[in-house]
Write a protein that binds this ligand. Structure first.
Ligand code: NAG
Ligand code: NAG
Ligand code: NAG
Ligand code: NAG
Ligand code: NAG
Length: 200
């Protein structure tokens, strides 16, 4: 039992250190879908939260006529990726931060506040970030552990716990946010949303 747990851990460590997301998708815009008409159909636009740190702010609506400029993103995924039927394609959500004529690959990761159940996604130059999954062009967060049973079990799943909220991880903005766990976000401004990609 102990040996198999150790072997499992070592296999997991080996797979996570070799999980490099070096292939890149074509660029796509990110769109908010929501029952709330204020946010439904708006694009997601990077906004300054700190030095080389961008939030995922609400941009213009992708209506007609379409806006002159729509920010695009890519997903980096594993060169050996096979499409998992439950999870879709796992990888990083990337914003190319322009820095003096070059791009700094900035994967999305979450900023956590221990006193809140609302995490805020940020783009920041790094070699690693939060694993995300696109399944039929909808953005999910993959999960591999279910801790709602005792003892926790290995369970592949994807979650859509995206919201649009007034957040402050540097500035007050209307941004994409993520509810930790399956409770409603404690931030009263949060409105449920989903995130879709649209290839441009
Ligand atoms: C994403 O992929 C591109 C192209 O392979 C690479 O230049 C970049 O460093 C990658 N970014 C991350 C965060 O892995
Ligand atoms: C949201 O926008 C989409 C098209 O962008 C539309 O199909 C859908 O009906 C809208 N939903 C609501 C609740 O307005
Ligand atoms: C939509 O969201 C806006 C901004 O949070 C809010 O003022 C408005 O009341 C919401 N509309 C509905 C129908 O919930
Ligand atoms: C990753 O990119 C390489 C080089 O372009 C290509 O041969 C390979 O098929 C790609 N892998 C996937 C899973 O798309
Ligand atoms: C930087 O990324 C943008 C897309 O976000 C692309 O159009 C541009 O060519 C890239 N610039 C360089 C120098 O790679």
């Amino acid at each position: 039992m102990r040996t198999s747990t150790l072997a499992g851990l070592m296999a997991l460590a080996a797979s996570s250190t070799t999980a490099q997301f070096v292939n890149t998708t074509a660029p796509f815009a990110l769109l908010v879908l929501s029952q709330n008409e204020t946010y439904n159909g708006t694009t997601i636009s990077p906004c300054h939260e700190g030095a080389a740190i961008e939030g995922l702010c609400i941009g213009t609506k992708l209506g007609s006529p379409p806006p002159a400029f729509v920010q695009t993103y890519t997903q980096n995924y594993s060169a050996s990726a096979t499409v998992d039927p439950t999870i879709g394609v796992v990888g990083y959500l990337i914003f190319d931060l322009p820095v003096s004529g070059l791009n700094e690959s900035s994967p999305m990761s979450f900023a956590y506040n221990p006193s809140s159940n609302v995490a805020v996604p940020l783009f920041e130059p790094s070699e690693s970030g939060q694993e995300v999954a696109f399944h039929e062009d909808q953005l999910f967060i993959p999960s591999f552990t279910n801790d709602q049973v005792t003892p926790p079990t290995f369970e592949e799943n994807v979650f859509d716990r995206w919201y649009i909220c007034n957040t402050n991880v540097g500035y007050n903005y209307i941004t994409v946010a993520w509810a930790l766990g399956d409770a409603a976000p404690q931030n009263p401004s949060c409105v449920k949303a989903s995130i879709r990609r649209v290839f441009v």
